[in-house]
Design a protein around this ligand. Sequence first.
Ligand SMILES: [Zn+2]
Length: 374
Amino acid sequence: MSQAPLQDGSISAHSIAPAQVIRGSGAWCEALPSVGALCTQPLVLGRSQATENLRSQLCRDLTERGLTVQQQLLNHDCCEQDLQRIEAASHGLGCDAVIAAGGGKVLDAGKLLADRLNVACITVPLSAATCAGWTALSNLYSPQGAFMGDQSLRRCPDLLVFDHDLLLQAPARTLASGIADALAKWYEASVSSGSSQDGLIQQAVQMARVLRDQLLIDSVEAIRSPGGEAWRRVVDACGLTAGVIGGLGGARCRTVAAHAVHNGLTQLEDCHHVLHGEKVGFGILVQLRLEERLGGNRLAAQAHRQLLPLLQTLDLPVSLNDLGLADASLRQLQEVCQFACRDGSDLHHLPFTVTPGALMEALVGAAETSPVTS
Ligand SMILES: [Zn+2]
């Protein structure tokens, strides 16, 4: 989704934040009156077996408050087939809200469904892997999990319930993934919007820098001590602050090569077990490589040296090998590069030309440390 830079004084529409955010330990119970004020017949949307018990508890809580609850399950990532099936099933049932409870793809599907049904949207993230609970944007995938494109929504959710007790039950791997995705905000926004003359975008970019600094300081401790102070700061950073940046900065402040590499990697079946942020973290390393090698950017080499050990400490993939692509064929890797370099890809927000061949080199060498030059 590439757009022309904003001209001074031109009009832009913003969906900056959910109408209400309730966060912290016990946020879900605290939010029940707000949920009841938004709807009487919510559709609760979820997906994985791992979160089934949590969703059942949410449904019981809603029923006890006198709400009529219907549940729907996704079969795939946020994909058109699932959405159309559930949209058709919900017609005539009088549902007046979608409550999406799960990871980023469930939240994306729930937001899009609520947008299409024109009903209230409530997001309940069950991991801190994503800021999807916050934003007015959904990513669409094929039933096989290949990235297809993103879709802007009319508004951010009406209510985001960010319950730390629920997030605490998610696997540590999802938080590490969220950290990588949130770190990408700085590396991408500073490239796509670093020279913007628009004040709001300048402020969003600076917020991305502060977010990065906080993650550099707190991430390792957060993973080490779930539920502790650093953990609370980091889940809020990944699930909320990352969303603020997307909301303030808008589409022009979003993604560059790190996410384009992610989108390319989703084209490979062999990579589907790898989480969104895990692919994006690898994508940041690739982007920094490109900036260094093709853009002659020395700061990028320094950033790469700083980031690589952190990603490794967090057990995040830093090489094709780590991504499960050790045995990938040249053709498969070419497919990744072709997709990432296709016309209209966010990769082209880099200030220099990237060919699929150059990208391939950066993919293969993502984890190589470059020598320190003075
Ligand atoms: Zn992302």
